[in-house]
Design a binder for this molecule. Structure first.
Ligand SMILES: Cc1cc2nc3c(=O)[nH]c(=O)nc-3n(C[C@H](O)[C@H](O)[C@H](O)COP(=O)(O)O)c2cc1C
Ligand SMILES: CC(C)CC(=O)C(=O)O
Length: 342
């Protein structure tokens, strides 16, 4: 079993079945969910020999924030379903690992409390049907110290997941952690009329850099930049939105080419090991984000589990870099990979 599979099994053993299914599942037939991990494996490494790798430095920056390795925590909803300390534990574990947390709009803990426990963090924005409410969220996140906004662009409606047959009830206190005063819950649903213009709106509102998450095409990436984005996150939402969508390792080169160094390109989906981190960097990503791995760490051991998952991937990244002949992230360049036989 791979380290990821072992971790997932441990989480399965401690989580209530509906929660595990909600976390693990993908949309439709889960084709894209499976394709994400497979597509990274299909990228073959071309190691360099006889390089001095007695010291390997995995540290880097994302939008100017220094992190221990190019591995961030992806925004995921409702961490209190995984652990009673919820996003507080995630924030602590992430900071302890020298990583960066992207906090979901669907946080089950108050934004201000998470901010107090966090190292550097960004806020993931779902534009909600009530724009006033969205504005309040963004202003609160900005005041609490978020260093960037991540606008999720792939969720006009929530993808249909077969495993999660509606058996999961989100406790009201978790759903309302940041929505205490809301009377009509429908107003807090994702808006389906989000457009490129909203990138500028978010930037005006917060003065923070805005990344767009869920981009899978070069033309969209270019439009995001033209609309004022600081970069994009290549993502298919971990296979949870449009099933059949292209795997992120396959979409990444096209997006990197379209961005052409004018912004930062991050990627997530099926990143499970240091090998995958190195593959993503070689294909032009600045960093990767981990979704489910972090949830499994949180479910099994709280803050310590989150820290452990991140440090294991960081250490694995250093090991893979050494064996590939790269002593710093700058040396992880496109010549290190080839698209091998699947
Ligand atoms: C349980 C779960 C909840 C998620 N919630 C959000 C969310 O609130 N906002 C968002 O932008 N993405 C969300 N995502 C997508 C992740 O940010 C990320 O794109 C994905 O999990 C990466 O794939 P991986 O799980 O294979 O690492 C969620 C993913 C999972 C598994
Ligand atoms: C509340 C959901 C929209 C959170 C999410 O993005 C997901 O479960 O994939």
């Amino acid at each position: 079993m791979t380290p990821y599979a072992i971790l997932e099994e441990r989480a399965r053993a401690v989580l209530p079945r509906p929660v595990f299914d909600y976390y693990a599942g993908g949309a439709g037939d889960e084709d894209t969910l499976a394709a994400n991990a497979r597509a990274w494996s299909a990228v073959r490494l071309r190691p360099r020999v006889l390089r001095d790798v007695s010291r390997v430095d995995t540290s880097t920056t994302v939008l100017g924030a220094r992190i221990a390795a190019p591995v961030l925590v992806a925004p995921t909803a409702f961490h209190r379903l995984a652990h009673p300390s919820g996003e507080l534990a995630t924030a602590e574990g992430t900071a302890a690992a020298g990583s960066l947390l992207v906090l979901s709009t669907r946080s089950s803990t108050r934004i201000e409390s998470v901010a107090a426990a966090a190292g550097p963090w960004w806020f993931q924005v779902y534009l909600l049907r009530d724009r006033g409410l969205t504005k309040e969220f963004v202003q609160r996140a900005t005041a609490a110290g978020a260093r960037a906004l991540v606008l999720t662009g792939d969720t006009p409606y929530v993808g249909r997941k077969r495993r999660d047959r509606g058996s999961l009830a989100i406790p009201d206190e978790d759903f309302r952690a940041n929505l205490e005063r809301l009377t009509d819950v429908a107003l807090a649903e994702q808006a389906a009329n989000v457009t490129f213009d909203d990138i500028g709106w978010l930037h005006e509102l917060s003065r923070l850099p805005v990344l767009v998450k869920g981009v899978l095409r070069g033309d969209d990436a270019a439009r995001c930049l033209e609309a004022g984005a600081a970069g994009v996150v290549v993502s298919n939402h971990g296979g949870r939105q449009l099933d059949g969508a292209v795997a992120t390792a396959e979409a990444l080169p096209e997006v990197v080419e379209a961005i052409a160094g004018r912004g930062e390109v991050l990627v997530d989906g099926g990143v499970r090991s240091g090998r995958d981190v190195v593959r993503a960097l070689a294909l032009g990503a600045r960093a990767v984000l981990l979704g489910r791995s972090v949830l499994w760490g949180l479910a099994t051991e709280g803050a310590a589990g989150v820290q452990r998952v991140l440090t294991e991937v960081q250490e694995d990244t250093a090991h893979v870099m050494a064996l590939a002949g790269a002593s710093s992230v700058d040396e992880v360049t496109s010549d290190l990979v080839t698209l091998g036989a699947v």
